[in-house]
Design a protein around this ligand. Structure first.
Ligand code: ASP
Length: 439
């Protein structure tokens, strides 16, 4: 049995957290390949090392003095090293990094040093091999992740090794410069390593016991999700549920490896298992509810729209030409509504309106802002009659006016548009009916 274990920043923020991590790793022989993030926050007002590195580099890039900021970063690592009593000295590394900052090696290089140094410290503490991600994780000329080359080099490099630490978040470009994934990208590295060693399981250790059925800021102590499919997770992440980097799903999903989200501060908790498919019945008809505010609806009306060939295409063409992507597009016989994110639309509003008039000659265009979208997601919905009915009766009882409904053809989710001021009430009422009363 081989597991790849990834630890997030808060799991490695201090010597105390490092000790928990070592206990977890040594508790099972199968935990052979370890992917660390950079040290994260030790308390809520603290700063992540990655953010300290960005800040420090920005000063360096402007030719300003960054001594104080650089010392603070050194302090974070030396604090951990001293508290753990490790026999490792990073002075040489810091000298190299400082010189590269002065030589303007780039923001990605700067940020990647957080994981690089933390990987060295962790490998020393565990007595594991250290492998620089720059030697095994590759991007192509366009800056896209190069899965083929990475998988080949990485699996060859790890084959025959009993254990290794591979820092998360970065890799190298064909010209040998450093490139990072987007923020939170160590999750992606963990997934890539799991695929390369054909792991039996990818454990992703963080500071929560997996996913919750909904946002705890809206519903107090929501029920945990024990098992979720990749597809369900994608729907929920898209709508704002964030524990795990969205792109990290792809490498393991292709290789058929499950992901277990676990809590470093509560290792006994089962966490959430993310799988391709499962025969396990979910505890409730729905798996989760997520939502986001900040959408705008553009309602377009035109008599006999239904008879006009190519009307929809001409509408969407206007959005496309202005670089605004649409989220949903419910329609009636003589009406069509396009839902977009408020932020994207605001910049291009007048161009789009003029374009619609020119391209489509509508009778009327009306704009409605401050819309919230709620996704009710669940693989069990397909087999349960009346799910939509229950959602809408719950909303009616809570006096929430539904402005838009969209059910995907997969019957995996129902998307509901409500006014932003009704958002929290709506989420609570849907949660209550499915989870509290288990209807
Ligand atoms: N340290 C990086 C960040 O803060 C990457 C990660 O933690 O996954 O975004």
């Amino acid at each position: 049995m081989t597991k790849v274990v990834k630890f997030g920043g808060s799991s490695l923020a201090s010597a105390e957290q490092f000790k928990k991590v070592k206990d977890i790793i040594t508790a099972e022989d199968s935990r052979r390949f370890v992917v660390p993030s950079a040290p994260g926050k030790r308390f809520s007002a603290d700063t992540k090392v990655t953010d300290m590195l960005y800040g420090c580099y920005d000063l360096a890039a402007k030719g300003k003095d960054f001594t104080k900021e650089f010392e603070a970063i050194k302090e974070r690592y030396n604090g951990i090293i001293n508290d753990l009593g490790l026999d490792i000295n990073l002075d040489n590394e810091f000298d190299v990094i400082k010189a590269c900052f002065i030589g303007k090696a780039g923001r990605d290089y700067a940020a990647s040093r957080g994981e690089f140094l933390n990987g060295m410290v962790l490998a020393n503490y565990l007595g594991y091999n250290f492998i620089d991600a720059a030697d095994v994780i590759f991007f192509d000329d366009r800056g896209q992740f190069d899965a083929k080359r990475t998988n080949k080099v990485l699996s060859e490099r790890l084959e025959g090794l009993e254990n290794a630490v591979v820092p998360g978040f970065y890799g190298s470009m064909p010209n040998d410069t450093i490139k990072t994934f987007s923020r939170g990208g160590s999750d992606i590295t963990g997934s890539i390593v799991a695929a390369a060693v054909n792991a039996d399981l990818y454990e992703n250790w963080t500071d929560t016991s997996g996913f919750l059925t909904t946002d705890p800021r809206i519903v107090k102590d929501p029920a945990p999700i024990t098992t979720i499919t990749y597809k369900e997770l994608r729907e929920l992440s898209y709508m704002g549920a964030s524990v795990f980097h969205e792109d990290a799903i792809f490498p393991v999903r292709k290789a058929g490896i499950a992901i277990n989200i676990k809590n470093t501060n509560d290792p006994e908790a089962p966490g959430t298992l993310i799988v391709e498919s499962t025969s396990q019945k979910p505890a409730f008809t729905i798996t989760g509810i997520a939502g986001k505010k900040g959408f705008t609806v553009i309602n377009i009306e035109k008599d006999m729209m239904n008879a006009e060939l190519g009307f929809g295409r001409r509408v969407l063409e206007v959005f496309e030409k202005n670089g605004v992507s649409f989220e949903h597009m419910p329609s009636g016989i003589d009406t069509m509504s396009v839902i977009v994110t408020q932020e994207e639309f605001a910049d291009k509003e007048q161009e789009i309106l003029a374009g619609l008039h020119r391209n489509c000659h509508p009778d009327m265009i009306e704009i409605e802002t401050d819309l919230a979208l709620i996704a009710v997601v669940g693989r069990a919905m397909k087999a349960n009659r009346g799910t939509a009915g229950r959602i809408f009766s719950a909303l009616a009882h809570a006096h929430v006016n539904v402005k838009m409904i969209d059910q995907g053809s997969s019957e995996l989710n129902v998307i509901i548009g409500v006014s932003e001021s009704d958002f929290e009430t709506a989420v609570k009422s849907i949660y209550d009916i499915f989870v509290e009363t288990k209807l």
